[in-house]
Design a protein around this ligand. Structure first.
Ligand code: PNS
Length: 168
């Protein structure tokens, strides 16, 4: 590592589907914001997935959920994560690890990304254990079945979910 790169701002990308953002994601964002100068929460605009929320809706919910944290921005990207990370001069990719069940897929993704760009470092962060069983698909399912999601997502996300489910 040369002197130039040591003095540079440390930017990290936190990529994901965020369909929708949960308290588990927010926990990871807060931890990452303490480690890096700037964190970009980046929604993958993945053509293979049929998300419940549009990219714009997901961006709005993320922005509203993290409004108190200064060194975070929200964006979306298409295509390879490593290319997006390079365009944004990121040094690291953040991923959350909740349980052992996450590990195999996350390891595979981290190793593929390292093969594609060995400068980009994947950093795994563990959310608080109270979020260890939480993910967006469970939240979507609970919302669709009228289950209580109060402790899983911020109020604004809950309201957007209720509106979305009413329209379906
Ligand atoms: O929240 P998710 O759905 O677990 O996030 C997965 C995501 C978006 C991080 C991953 O699918 C991704 O990086 N997609 C971008 C395309 C890419 O770079 N694929 C190669 C990585 S193995």
């Amino acid at each position: 590592m040369n002197e130039m790169s040591e003095n540079k701002q440390k930017i990290a990308i936190y990529p994901g589907s965020f369909d929708p953002i949960t308290w588990g994601h927010i926990d990871i964002i807060k931890r990452a914001s303490l480690l890096f100068d700037h964190v970009i929460v980046a929604i993958a605009n993945n053509m293979n997935k049929q998300p419940l929320f549009t990219v714009d809706e997901r961006m709005e919910m993320i922005r509203a959920s993290i409004s108190g944290i200064a060194n975070i921005s929200v964006d979306s990207f298409q295509g390879l994560l490593v290319k997006y990370a390079r365009r944004n001069n990121a040094v690291a990719v953040i991923r959350g690890l909740r349980a052992v069940s996450d590990f195999e897929f996350e390891l595979q993704m981290a190793l593929v990304n390292r093969k594609l760009d060995e400068q980009l470092i994947t950093v795994f962060l563990m959310p608080h254990e109270k979020y260890s069983y939480l993910n967006s698909s469970i939240v979507r399912e609970l919302a669709s079945l009228d289950g209580n999601i109060d402790c899983f997502v911020p109020e604004i996300v809950k309201q957007k979910l209720l509106i979305k489910m009413r329209k379906k």
